[in-house]
Design a protein around this ligand. Structure first.
Ligand code: NDP
Ligand code: OXD
Length: 315
């Protein structure tokens, strides 16, 4: 018998199992830790699987991530090396992320934090409006999510640039690639966005050194940071110090080194910061299960699957 297991110790798996049964009624769906006979399980979808669970499934053929990122799966040091890992690439998730990115770029661009503060104090005061064409938005990570956000920001009139490992050709978007072009990318970026995956190479990349290389020629004379990639990429003490001394004008942070963000973090109440609880782009159970069901159908037909990560690159 071929069975499918959800292994999501930190999430409620019930809505996921229900969605999977709807998306693939023929599949035998199980939920960790009640997985029945482990020999039956050929497919697993997970988020933060406990050590030894995946490696204890001898007939596992594909591991599915329930999100676009796979760091929550690769965190398992016992993960079997021979089983392919497939991540989510889906227009619904991509749209959700672009909504978040466009919303936060616009909130900073139109100075919404200052307007909110004035509203609380009953102050009627309009601020200078700057043209989008005078603002350069730089996206670190021009993958599936970064490219979609880049296109949408370009349509709105912003100058858009992106940085990735390999160079890209995207109409209206300047592409920079590799460590050797990072400084060039940063020096004319007014609003920096991270949509990078968490990998050993990107860990800690958002630090004082990087932030101090950003443009100070934009409308606010200091840059803005938006991180919806992963918290591991940011040094939060550096970000706070840069906000306090004016190296940064503002920040939107959706991801943190520790999640949930501890109540004691100064980021919660910092007047220049917008905090969201790792919710830039939710994985919607039925959408994601429909995607996984289609991948399993393809795999059962001819052993094919798409959006497999490269284990050597960790994304
Ligand atoms: P992709 O794999 O499609 O894109 C990753 C991009 O990062 C690629 O352009 C890649 O370059 C680039 N990259 C990776 N490593 C480096 C490096 N060392 N130097 C420069 N560029 C690098 O991923 P997605 O766009 O689908 O997702 C990106 C990330 O967004 C996820 O991994 C996840 O961490 C995060 N995410 C966050 C969510 C949230 O709610 N906050 C929701 C969904 C995702 P290249 O193109 O050359 O390979
Ligand atoms: C993801 C996430 O990787 O939600 O999809 O963080």
């Amino acid at each position: 018998m071929s069975a499918f297991a959800f292994v999501t110790p930190t999430w409620d798996a019930a809505p996921w199992a229900a969605a999977m049964r709807q998306a693939a009624p023929h599949l035998n769906v199980r939920v960790w830790p009640n997985m029945g006979h482990v020999n039956d399980i050929q497919y697993a979808a997970c988020w933060l699987p406990p050590a030894n669970v995946m490696t204890g499934l001898p007939n596992l053929k594909v591991i599915f991530s329930l999100g676009a990122g796979v760091d929550a799966i690769l965190a398992d040091p016992t993960l079997p090396r021979h089983v392919p890992i497939v991540r989510v690439v889906d227009p619904d998730l991509t749209n959700r992320m672009s909504e978040f990115i466009v919303m936060h770029v616009l909130m900073h661009h139109r100075q919404q934090l200052r307007l909110n503060e004035n509203q609380r104090n009953g102050i009627w005061q309009a601020f200078t409006q700057h043209a989008a064409k005078d603002v350069s938005v730089g996206i670190m990570g021009l993958g599936v999510l970064g490219q979609d956000a880049a296109r949408k920001l370009e349509v709105m009139g912003f100058q858009v640039r992106g940085w990735s490992r390999s160079a890209k050709v995207i109409a209206g978007v300047d592409s920079f690639a590799g460590p050797e072009q990072l400084n060039e990318f940063l020096k004319d970026t007014d609003i920096l966005i991270s949509l990078l995956p968490a990998t050993p190479e990107t860990d800690g990349i958002i630090n004082r050194d990087l932030l101090s290389k950003l443009s100070r020629a934009g409308p606010f004379a200091a840059p803005i940071l938006i991180n919806a990639g992963r918290g591991r990429q940011q040094n939060e003490n550096d970000i706070l110090a840069c906000l306090d001394d004016g190296t940064l004008y503002g920040a939107s942070l959706d991801v943190f080194t520790q999640e949930p963000l501890p109540k004691t973090s100064r980021l919660w109440n910092h007047p220049k910061v917008m905090v969201s609880p790792h919710s830039a782009a939710d994985s919607e159970p039925l959408t994601i299960c429909t995607y996984i069901a289609a991948q399993i159908a393809a795999f059962q037909k001819d052993k094919s699957h798409s959006n497999q990560i490269d284990r050597k690159l960790s994304y």
